[in-house]
Ligand binder design. Structure first.
Ligand code: HEM
Length: 463
């Protein structure tokens, strides 16, 4: 195993349950709420939290300790920090906690996809989908990722001047996601990309008013267009006697325990979710890693040395034989987690560390705080050696959680690691890139951590 997220199988749901706190005992009524305050009426402490969740959490942590309460994003909230708390949250899924989504996201993602369903239905759906994300399946995708990435990188290298990495990486990752889902079938990439952009913009819009000139209204219109298109693609596939070995083919052949297929509506929602969950996350991780490497030439050089001996087309085994690749990717995601956190809500009164957390409170899973916490010496330093086999800080359960954990651990984590490893290997072996001076590298954290400039690069082919 190469670190917690190396290129080796890790079972979804693998978590250490030793820290689980029995939610039913002791009886919560007489226990105190966590220390903290509720802030202003209605708004609570939301503005300060949105200004910088990291600074907000650090301040409260030093004032109250690792368990505190607040009122943010319209809900009373219990912040529980540290690896043990993270384990407790992951272990609570479906028992004393459930997923919490904003009404806007619910509307845009739909009610039937994996992220929205709960309990047995959720576990059953994961069982259906998991085989399509196994390493065995990923093995077959390496050549198409390599060929798509090479085509895009060659185009970047041929550009006459500087270019902005973020939108270019989005195009590449979108095509890779489409290849995973639709295999060799031809789909209208520009049409889907255009509507996908408008749709994802709405997922994080604070204003959920459905009017044609609002971001949310445009997102709903884009969803309608995408659903109409995807529905036709799925309907056409349903007429075939044999399904190709791509994700859509597997979804169409899935049967639940009663032998029933997924409905077309559910399949279309699942396709949308996979495009959403698997796209900007890998864009963010890879683009930010390229930035970090440009800022750390010594690390970049070690990366180049790690891939120097590689010849011929890429294979999963060749990628696995280069553990430094996973170290680079993991440290990139530790330093700048693509997803800063997720939200859960308590489904009953529960007790954590002697504090009562009432039913209906929000409980954030703060990935960003976990990756910057005291578990990590000098946490702001970009140091891939943290993930070397002789180091231990990354091994502590709940310390390194870029893909979440528990029953909702990222379904696409192996695919993401393989995709990012292929891209990184090609970049390290064949290309050089440097940052255009004078650009604004201050980070915007919502919806994904991205420098304001979008990362302007000079990019060329080596040798
Ligand atoms: C660097 C890349 C990625 C990162 C950092 C990432 C991160 C995450 C995280 C943190 C969660 C858990 C959210 C929660 O607890 O509520 C999650 C869930 C999920 N991810 Fe990923 N992800 C990545 C790539 C992908 C890819 C490539 C796919 C699919 C193609 C994917 C599909 C999903 C799905 C379907 C879920 C929902 C799982 C469930 O609710 O059971 N992700 N991801």
């Amino acid at each position: 195993m190469i670190g917690p997220h190396g290129l080796c199988p890790q079972q979804p749901g693998d978590i250490d349950m030793t820290h689980q706190v029995d939610a039913s005992s002791p009886s919560p009524e007489n226990l105190p709420l966590p220390p903290g305050k509720s802030g202003l009426p209605l708004l609570g402490e939301t503005l300060e939290y949105l200004r910088s969740s990291r600074a907000f959490i650090q301040r409260r942590h030093s004032q109250y300790g690792p368990v505190f309460r607040s009122h943010v994003l319209g809900s009373p909230t219990a912040f529980l920090l540290g690896p043990e708390a993270i384990q407790w949250i992951f272990a609570g899924e479906g028992k004393y906690l459930k997923n919490r989504w904003t009404p806007g996201i619910r509307q845009l993602l739909g009610a039937h996809c994996l992220s929205m369903i709960e309990g047995e239905e959720h576990l059953e759906r994961r069982r259906l989908l998991a085989p399509h994300f196994s390493y065995a399946t990923m093995r077959g995708f390496v050549p198409s990722i390599e060929s798509l990435a090479t085509r895009h990188f060659e185009r970047w290298a041929a550009l006459p001047g500087d270019f902005t990495l973020w939108p270019a990486m989005r195009e590449l990752a979108f095509e890779i996601a489409l290849a995973l889902i639709f295999g060799q079938d031809t789909v209208d990439v520009p049409f889907l990309m255009r509507h996908f952009k408008a749709w994802t913009a709405g997922l994080f819009s604070p204003l959920t008013v459905n009017l044609p000139w609002t971001t949310f209204g445009r997102a709903l219109a884009a969803k309608k267009a995408m659903v109409g298109y995807l529905d036709k693609v799925v309907a056409e596939r349903q007429t075939r006697t044999e399904q190709p070995p791509d994700l859509l083919g597997s979804l169409l052949q899935s049967r639940d325990e009663g032998g029933a297929p997924l409905t077309r509506e559910t399949i279309v929602e699942e396709l949308q979710l996979l495009l959403f969950a698997g796209h900007d996350t890998t864009v963010t991780a890879t683009a930010n890693l390229m930035l970090l490497l440009a800022q750390h030439p010594d690390v970049l050089q070690r990366g180049r040395e790690a891939v120097a001996g590689l010849n011929g087309p890429l294979t999963l085994d060749a990628l696995r034989a280069m553990p430094y690749l996973a170290q680079l990717i993991n440290e990139g995601m530790r330093r700048i987690p693509p997803i800063g956190g997720a939200f859960r809500v308590t489904t009953q009164d529960v007790v954590f560390k002697g504090f009562r957390i009432p039913k209906g409170w929000m409980v954030p899973v703060s990935i960003r705080a976990a990756h910057a916490g005291s578990n990590w010496p000098d946490p702001d330093r970009f140091d891939p050696d943290r993930f070397g086999s002789e180091r231990t800080e990354q091994k502590k359960p709940g310390a390194f959680i870029p893909f979440g954990g528990g029953p909702r651990i990222c379904l696409g984590q192996h695919f993401a690691m393989v995709e990012m490893s292929v891209m990184l290997t090609l970049l390290l072996k064949h290309y050089a890139w440097e940052l255009v001076p004078g650009q604004d590298l201050e980070y915007l954290l919502v919806p994904f951590p991205q420098p304001k400039s979008g990362i302007q690069l000079r990019f060329r082919r080596l040798g």
